[in-house]
Design a protein around this ligand. Structure first.
Ligand SMILES: [Zn+2]
Length: 300
């Protein structure tokens, strides 16, 4: 049995664990005491409701626009909402939200439209203000440096609480599964660059949005492993392309998820989104070409 992830306080920076180890569709939240800020209200609905009462919530910040990070944002409909400008549009409209994921299939969209409303309590929101990389926000609890860490989403933000030496990584979560970069505006190159950037921050505690969530020593090898997953996915894809393959052939290898999984609208979508990203990258590097419906390695 895994130990449940517990609530922890690092001075005024409170780590609020998400249900089920913060495994998607849950995520961990941060509460900043004294300032009443919740970052990513996707953790535990009861705990977030309590925090709203005591000691009180005054503002909501988001690291990025993904649904697992805003599952309980509906509890805070009346409060100011801050996010980066590039990540704001999906919050304003459910259709724009699905467009940002690159969802094209009408069946998939129908599935997600319902899930986003029912399970993730999606309601259109317009951010009150924007946060951007390089900002240093003076809070009562100390300065927080906003770090621009695109790749996962175009406007993903991480936060460095300078006084406490706490770094919130957000969705560069150092999980064994590895990074997500499957959205329309996600980028493999920027993901790698953002992980390298985060690794250089002189933190003493590292918090992430999913799973283990708290690292009190430098995550060390986990940084390397996290990035190596990207290269491993690419290696498997190249291996698969030793003979020409259609996209469908490639998807049947389940390179991302390892095996066929349900629900299809979730896992097939994720598999396809990531394989397309890798194919785009390899074509840009002139390592792969597309002949008709087939992808193949370039000769020589
Ligand atoms: Zn995310």
């Amino acid at each position: 049995m895994k130990e449940p992830v517990k609530e922890r306080h690092f001075g005024p920076i409170w780590f609020i664990p998400g249900d089920n180890y913060g495994v998607y569709p849950n995520c961990h939240s941060i509460y900043i005491e004294g300032d009443g800020i919740v970052i990513d209200p996707g953790s535990n609905r009861n705990r977030l409701t309590q925090l709203r009462e005591i000691p009180g919530v005054r503002e909501i910040w988001l690291t990025h626009w993904h649904e697992d990070h805003l599952m309980h944002l509906d509890l805070f409909d009346d409060l100011p909402l801050l996010i980066s400008a590039p990540d704001a549009p999906p919050l304003t409209d459910l259709e724009v939200f699905m467009d940002a994921y690159g969802m094209e299939d009408s069946g998939e969209r129908e599935y997600w439209r319902s899930v986003l409303k029912k399970e993730f309590h999606f309601r259109p929101r317009r951010p009150t203000r924007f946060l951007k990389g390089g900002d240093v926000v003076p809070l009562k609890s100390g300065n927080v440096e906003v770090l621009s860490t695109p790749g996962h989403t175009p406007g993903h933000l991480s936060f460095f609480f300078q006084t406490e030496g706490v770094l919130l990584l957000g969705d560069y979560d150092l999980s064994r599964f590895g990074p997500w970069y499957g959205d329309r505006e996600s980028s493999i190159r920027e993901t790698i660059r953002s992980v390298a950037h985060l690794r250089e921050v002189p933190a003493r505690v590292w918090l992430s949005s999913h799973e283990k969530g708290i690292f009190e020593e430098n995550p060390g090898d986990r940084w390397d492993h996290y990035v190596s997953v990207i290269h491993e996915r690419e290696r498997k894809l190249i291996d698969r392309l030793r003979s020409p393959r259609t996209l469908q052939d490639i998807l049947e290898a389940w390179i991302l998820y390892g095996r066929r999984r349900e629900p299809k609208a979730f896992f097939e979508f994720g598999e396809r989104a990531h394989m397309k990203k890798h194919l785009e990258k390899l074509m840009k590097e002139r390592k792969v070409v597309k002949d008709g419906a087939c992808y193949r390695m370039c000769d020589g």
